[in-house]
Write a protein that binds this ligand. Structure first.
Ligand SMILES: [Fe+2]
Length: 365
């Protein structure tokens, strides 16, 4: 019986001690990133405390050329008109502080920037990842995901022939679940960095969508109404998934729910973006149940269907992607399971400001 089967059979909220595997993926001597395999510590974390976020992108607004960090690139290609840029010829790990500020601003403007050939960045290891991410904000520690031993700030996604430690719903007709990472937090993430340490030969791409464009496709009167709304985002289901024994079976911080504006404003660019997602948004505050469900389902459908707002990232070895979680949504694509190949990724997730309502003075409680 595989490890996955063993874990999945444990559906009780209190997972027996014997099935809480501290390091369920065995280290392999021939795997280059064996030291970064997922580890599920039983540490308990207190609730997150509010903090003041200063966005590095703000500083770049006064730079003579806010795109100067791209000057030495050998290739800069827009993936789609409204979302995503692919860059070659720059070593991310060597960017100066000014260049990192400019990077933050450019990611805020383009939603997603994909840097190829970043083996140096990836091979610098977890202390460097933390140092990198800390520049952009306080590092989020995920309540349920696996992390390299001793590095809870590094959120891992992981699947191989025997195990999966991702949030995957087996009974769904699709693996597409648009979301903005951990949007249930009071101060959800801004600029987010993700890369793969191992990847399947084909498949395992990531979908991205611009929530700025998604909003702009809606009629002005409807947008005016949406600006008056706020919605509850919840981490409860994600925690219950782990409490059922899946994804390593640990919940290290009690799940939270927070109310965010349905339309938020980016603190640096001032752009407005839709901020609801099927994975974590649960209901619109103050509306009746059917009103809330119908509006949210319409918005989720709109996000799902809008290929004209989306980009699909095909990973190459050495790719590092950065996206702004405030103005984009994304989804994994789990189409590689039959190949039994390993997909092992790491995310560095600085938290940002509490979402700013597009409608000034909107009450959030
Ligand atoms: Fe995600």
């Amino acid at each position: 019986m595989s490890q996955t089967q063993t874990i999945t059979q444990t559906q009780a909220p209190n997972v027996p001690q014997t099935l809480v595997l501290k390091n369920p993926v065995q280290a392999e001597e021939d795997y280059r990133y064996s030291h970064l395999l997922p580890h599920f510590s039983e540490d308990r974390y207190p609730p997150l405390e509010p903090f003041e976020h200063v966005d590095p992108g703000q500083r770049a607004l006064t730079h003579p050329n806010p795109r100067a960090f791209l000057e030495n690139a050998t290739s800069v290609v827009e993936l789609t008109p409204r979302l995503g840029t692919e860059v070659r010829g720059i070593n991310l790990a060597e960017l100066t502080a000014d260049a990192r500020d400019e990077l933050a601003l450019e990611v805020a403007r383009r939603g997603l920037i994909v840097f190829r050939d970043q083996h140096d960045f990836i091979d610098r290891g977890p202390d460097f990842y933390k140092q990198w991410g800390s520049y952009f904000g306080r590092l989020h520690i995920h309540p349920t995901s696996g992390h390299p031993a001793g590095y809870p700030e590094v959120h891992l996604v992981y699947r191989d022939a025997n195990s999966t430690f991702n949030f995957e719903i087996a009974e769904s007709t699709t693996s597409t679940f648009w979301h903005s990472d951990v949007s249930y937090e009071l101060q959800p993430p801004g600029l987010t960095t993700f890369f793969l340490l191992a990847q399947p030969t084909t498949g395992g791409d990531t979908l991205f969508t611009s929530q700025v464009s998604t909003l702009q496709k809606l009629s002005p009167p409807f947008v005016t109404f949406l600006r008056t709304l706020s919605a509850v985002h919840s981490g409860v289901e994600q925690a219950n998934f782990s409490r059922a024994g899946k994804r390593g079976g640990v919940v290290r911080r009690e799940p939270v729910e927070h109310v965010h504006p349905v339309v938020r404003r980016h603190p640096v660019t001032g752009e407005e973006a839709l901020y609801v997602n099927r994975q974590f948004t649960r209901r619109i505050v103050g509306l009746k149940k059917q009103e809330s469900e119908n509006i949210l389902n319409f918005l989720y459908d709109h996000i799902d269907k809008s290929g004209d707002n989306q980009a699909r990232l095909k990973w190459e070895p050495g790719t590092v992607a950065l996206w702004d979680n405030r103005i984009t949504a994304h989804s994994a694509i789990v189409d590689y399971g039959d190949s039994k190949e390993r997909r092992h990724g790491a995310r560095i997730t600085p938290q940002a400001e509490r979402p700013i309502p597009a409608l000034e003075g909107l009450k959030l409680d």
